[in-house]
Design a protein around this ligand. Sequence first.
Ligand SMILES: NC(=O)c1ccc[n+]([C@@H]2O[C@H](COP(=O)([O-])OP(=O)(O)OC[C@H]3O[C@@H](n4cnc5c(N)ncnc54)[C@H](OP(=O)(O)O)[C@@H]3O)[C@@H](O)[C@H]2O)c1
Length: 338
Amino acid sequence: MRETGYMATQGNVNWGFIGAGGLATTATAQSMHNAKNATLYAAAARDKNRAESLSPKIAYDSYEKLIQDPQVDAVYISLNNDAHLPWIIKSLDAGKHVLCEKPMVMNAGDTITAYEHAQNKGLLLVEAVWMLWHPRTQRLQELVSSNAIGSPTNYLGTFTFDSVTPGNYRLDPTKGGGALYDVGIYPLHALVALLTEDTNYTVTTAHSEKLDKQVDMTMKAQFNFDNPQCKGSGAFVASFAMHPSQRFVLKGTEGEITLPGDQAFTSYNEESKLTITTKGKTSTEKFSAVDPYQSMFENMSDRISGNGGWLPNPWQSVQVAKIVDQAFKSAEASGELP
Ligand SMILES: NC(=O)c1ccc[n+]([C@@H]2O[C@H](COP(=O)([O-])OP(=O)(O)OC[C@H]3O[C@@H](n4cnc5c(N)ncnc54)[C@H](OP(=O)(O)O)[C@@H]3O)[C@@H](O)[C@H]2O)c1
């Protein structure tokens, strides 16, 4: 059984939560309270009572008041997707480091703009793709970069479920709704993290099934990828209208890796597994239960404090956003939208 190798330092960073929605309430506030080097110092929500329910030291009824609090070192944004970019920019302008929920922003151009703004301010900006901090995801990277399955040739990633609450922003095109933004980015981030920065991705076909001609309830796409070390093809499915399932299968010239079970991208506080087949032999690695949100907060806090800390590269978010842009464009062009 593999354990997480990461140990947070005992330094401290004061965090401000912008938004107290479902994710903050059910998971991330507690993960931050559990973090060893971070304090959930402030929380802001349109309804102050909801901000208070996260048990911060101070609650605000406005996001603006929170970013003007000089005690706040860094903010964590978990708003509806279209609100990410404006609050990233305002928070950076207020001198705060930013950890923003996925999808960080809505397209590749805005992703580049946001990172350039952070760089100009000398502050950190990180997309909160929490699975990237899971030890199993890190092990995947180790295996692929050491050529354990040879050169990657084929990829399949799916993330589907069927229970979006009516009225939720996920069904609203003006708030960044839709399955590709919500869950499709997970299988894409999983692959992009494994291939090098110079990889080209070309979406060859994409189809979306829309609700009332608005948000994509299902998005299915195929793409090619190539870089000097490998050349292959991939497919992903994202859906709000299919049986809950998460699949990760990466084939290479000399083997295959799968993440068994239905939590390929969202393993949280439970044991998880990775299966690798090479030379006709299959072996399974097991990973202890971890909270990747806590690890994400601890790593970013360590980085802010100058104590190391692992963070993903900005180019990963740019690559994923470029694939998302292509998928929307290709689906639109396919003319098969209902
Ligand atoms: N990493 C993960 O595992 C994970 C899981 C779920 C979601 N997410 C991401 O986290 C973000 C929030 O998701 P969620 O599930 O927490 O969403 P949610 O429960 O629907 O909460 C929506 C959030 O948006 C805010 N908001 C501000 N203006 C709003 C408006 N006009 N209408 C609706 N909401 C408004 C709410 O702020 P107030 O608190 O001020 O009301 C609330 O914090 C999304 O970007 C999503 O992709 C990530």
